[in-house]
Every structure is written in C-alpha cells, then in structure tokens.
Design a protein around this ligand. Sequence first.
Ligand code: NI
Length: 174
Amino acid sequence: MAILDILRYPEKSLLKPSKEVEKIDDKIKALINDMGETMFDAPGVGLAAPQVGVNKKIIVYDPHAPDPEHEGEKKEFTALINPKIIASSGSIVSEDEACLSVSEYSADVKRFKNVTVTALDIDGKKLEFDAEDILAVIMQHEIDHLDGVLFIDRISTLKRAIYKKKIKKKLKEK
Ligand code: NI
C-alpha cells in the first residue's frame, strides 16, 4: 500500500479520456488499494485513476460519505471498474463542489438528482445500482474524471475563465 501523488489541474492526464480496464489483475488491484488509501489520506470522498496519473476507468469512493452517522467508524471504500451512468433524472445543485485536483476552488454545480450506474467490482462481478443526492453527485463527479471532465467544465464560462486565469498566474509565480 502506498499513498500516491494527486495531480492537479492543468495536468494532462486529468484532461483526457481514460481507457476501459480489460483485465482486473494484481497490478490493477494494487492500484485500487493505493487509490483508496490516497483518498482517505487526502481526505476526500472520491478519487478517479486519472487523478493519480493513470488513464484507466477506475474510481474509488467512500460509500458512507452521504451519511454523517458513520463518521469516526473504520474507513471503507468501494471501487468501481469501467463505471457508466446508464440513466439519470431530476436535478440538484451540489453546493460548493470541490475536487482534490482543483486547488483552492469550489462552486455550485448543477447535477442530476438520481443516476443509475453499471460497473464491475474488484472481483469482476457486474453491478447495477441507483444513487441519489450526494452519492449521485459523487458518481457524476468521479465518472466525469474518466471522460477528462472536471467540475470547472460544468460551471459558467465566465467563472471558469476567472479560475483558469488565477491558476495561470499562480503557476507563473512559482
Ligand atoms: Ni474530482
């Protein structure tokens, strides 16, 4: 197990689409365990493989994140391989959505309230489940990462331009 470096915008791997996992071998399983550890260390409620520089369709998330009653319990994460949203409905504003790969910024993002997700679990078993509210937002946010899409791509053009300018300035100052 190892804690991996989390890449930040505008790192290239964050901006390109990821490939499907064809075989869940030991290397993939080790990556998933490292991603889980890295997510809890950050700390965050979700992490996608491109955020650690691997353009493969893998996400991990904290299934207890929507439920504060689980706070303080042993941390457990769920991994989804090749996840896909096959149905979506309703509308919700995720307030102050943030991302471990987007420094010092958060914004309200319009998301679907309900999504249906298909994926493989770490043993290669097919899953299909419904998620709503916070869990639905986590699914949309993390699966977006696999398409090279960040939450700043889902805010207004003006807000995005201001954020990009700020980051460019910061990078120059380094
Ligand atoms: Ni993110």
